[in-house]
Structures are given as structure tokens and as C-alpha cells.
Design a protein around this ligand. Structure first.
Ligand code: MLT
Length: 294
């Protein structure tokens, strides 16, 4: 299972929760390989070109699979036609977290600080075209700031630098943030989603904090190379479903603020439809915001 970002980020965390349990169902070890680079597109390219035999699969984040066609003119794959959708594993909202070195306690405080100091506050992300990049660009555009963007190979290493005070803020899926938030090592300022997160009920939504519409809920889903036979796709889908229904996995997801898919969202066909809708939706947002890979 290729994870196209560094260890410690949300894609990696979600992959490890299900891979361990899929291994039990499939009777063979599902090995995670972190192939980071170019906002996940390096790892996705590897899987798109792999043999369609079920032995190479991708933990595909919404970003790599839905934002990349609008951002990368020479993308080495078409996310919609070069893969067989297998199944959604989990979804999670984006949370904006700031360094403990920043003044204030609210998103409004932070936005004012950022406006006054945009030259010196760095914004970390997992590469141009990742969810952490695009979510914070939506926020930055709304506030009207252009801070220095610092790309990492995943938000795992970006979060370490946020804790150390090397960067000022990060927009990442709550999944990988809970540990540092609970330890008091970073400040959760807003959940960039329509509803509050059950694991952080005191953190306001972006709309409640005065920035309606700055929202992103991110899925992570398994994809296989195009032409992987249907019986293999279905067997992998069944192993995913069994994994996410495992009480231990369910508890891990819920404690991390991630949600497993509903019954109606679980099939390969449901992922195909969700994926196509998100390629259209986010492509439009990226073009409207005139976001480009430099
Ligand atoms: C992102 O799109 O920002 C990724 O989820 C980051 C990661 O998994 O490390």
C-alpha cells in the first residue's frame, strides 16, 4: 500500500489503522511504503503504472486524487481514468493550528497577527496541491495575506516544525493533530468545516470564527491500478470494510476525529462518484482562486 506522503501525517495514520486489519483478512501482510513528493503525485504515479494484480494499491488522499489535474499540467496520470476506485476509508475535517509562540487564543487574534506580520509568519504544508496547502490558501486569501509557504513531504514533519516554532501555522486534518493538541503543544484555532468536531467541541467552526465558506473535509480512499479485475477490487473493498468495522479501528478513528464512511458510501461505485464530484468541485475552486504550481 503506497502512502504518497511522509510518515506521521493523516494519510499515513489512516493507512496504518486499516492495513494492519486488512492483513488479517487477506492472510498476507499489507506493507506500507511511504513514497512522498510533489503533493502525493509521485506515489500515485507509481501505483498508476503498477501491474493491475491487487498487489500494489494506493492510499489516495482527496488532494492528490482530486486537486492535481487542475494544478499539474504534466501530471503523469489521470486520477479518474488510470485507477479503479476500491473504497473510502475515512474522512476528516481540516483544523487550523498555530504555534504556541503566536499571540492570542482565537482565530480572529491570529488573523490580525498574521496581517501585521505576514512577512515573518511561515505557513507549512505538505506540498503545492495537498489539502494542507489548499485549505490554508483559502484561509490566507480570505484574510488577504500572502505568507511564505513552506512545503514538506507530508504534514507529519510540518507538525514537528510547528511544535518547535519553526513555522507559524498549519491547516491539517484533525487526524494527525490530536496528540499535539491534547499535549498543549499547538493551538487549535478553528475547524475549517461546516460543523464542530466531536473530539474538540470547544473549537469553533470557520463560519463561527467569522470566515464562512473556508471549509474542507478530506477523504482518504484506496485505489488500485486501472484494469485491476473486479473480483480483486471487491475482495480489497471487503477487507477495507471489515477493517473499518473492527471496534479497535473504529475507536481509533473516532478518537482522532476521523469518520468511517456510511453504508451508502462504502462501495467502489460510491467512491467513483464521490471522486468525480470532487475533481469537478475542487478543480473549479483552484481555477477560481488562480492557484498555480510555481
Ligand atoms: C495533505 O494533503 O496535506 C496530506 O494529507 C498530508 C499528509 O498526509 O501528510
Amino acid at each position: 500500500m503506497v502512502v504518497p506522503f511522509a510518515p506521521g501525517g493523516p494519510t499515513d495514520i489512516v493507512a496504518r489503522i486499516v492495513a494492519e486489519r486488512m492483513s488479517q483478512t487477506l492472510g498476507q501482510q499489507v506493507v506500507i511504503e511511504n513514497v512522498a513528493g510533489a503533493a502525493g503525485t509521485t506515489g500515485a504515479t507509481r501505483v498508476a503504472r503498477a501491474a493491475p494484480d491487487g498487489y500494489t494499491i494506493l492510499m489516495g488522499p482527496m488532494s492528490t486524487m482530486s486537486f492535481s489535474p487542475a494544478l499539474y499540467p504534466r501530471l503523469g496520470f489521470d486520477p479518474l481514468t488510470d485507477f479503479e476506485p476500491v473504497g473510502i476509508v475515512a474522512s476528516a475535517p481540516i483544523m487550523l493550528v498555530a504555534s504556541n509562540r503566536s499571540p492570542g487564543t482565537t482565530l480572529q487574534d491570529f488573523s490580525a497577527h498574521l496581517k501585521a506580520n505576514a512577512q515573518s509568519v511561515n505557513n507549512g504544508n505538505a506540498g503545492i496541491g495537498s489539502t494542507s496547502h489548499l485549505a490554508c490558501v483559502l484561509y490566507n486569501n480570505r484574510v488577504g495575506v500572502t505568507p511564505t509557504l513552506v512545503p514538506y513531504r507530508g504534514t507529519g514533519p510540518a507538525l514537528q516544525d510547528l511544535v518547535a516554532g519553526q513555522i507559524g501555522y498549519l491547516c491539517d486534518q484533525v487526524t494527525s493533530l490530536m496528540g499535539q493538541i491534547q499535549a498543549g503543544a499547538v493551538k487549535p484555532l478553528a475547524v475549517l468545516a461546516p460543523t464542530r468536531s466531536a473530539v474538540l467541541p470547544n473549537v469553533p467552526t470557520s463560519a463561527e470564527a467569522g470566515l464562512p465558506g473556508v471549509e474542507m473535509v478530506v477523504w482518504n480512499s484506496v485505489f488500485a491500478p486501472k484494469a485491476t479485475p473486479a473480483e480483486i477490487v471487491n475482495a480489497l473493498n471487503a477487507a477495507i470494510q471489515k477493517a473499518i468495522d473492527d471496534p479497535g479501528a473504529r475507536q481509533s478513528f473516532l478518537q482522532l476525529g476521523a469518520e468511517p464512511p456510511t453504508a451508502a458510501q462504502r462501495s467502489p461505485a460510491a467512491l467513483r462518484a464521490t471522486h468525480a464530484a470532487d475533481v469537478a468541485k475542487w478543480g473549479q475552486i483552484i481555477r477560481d482562486a488562480n492557484i498555480k504550481v510555481e
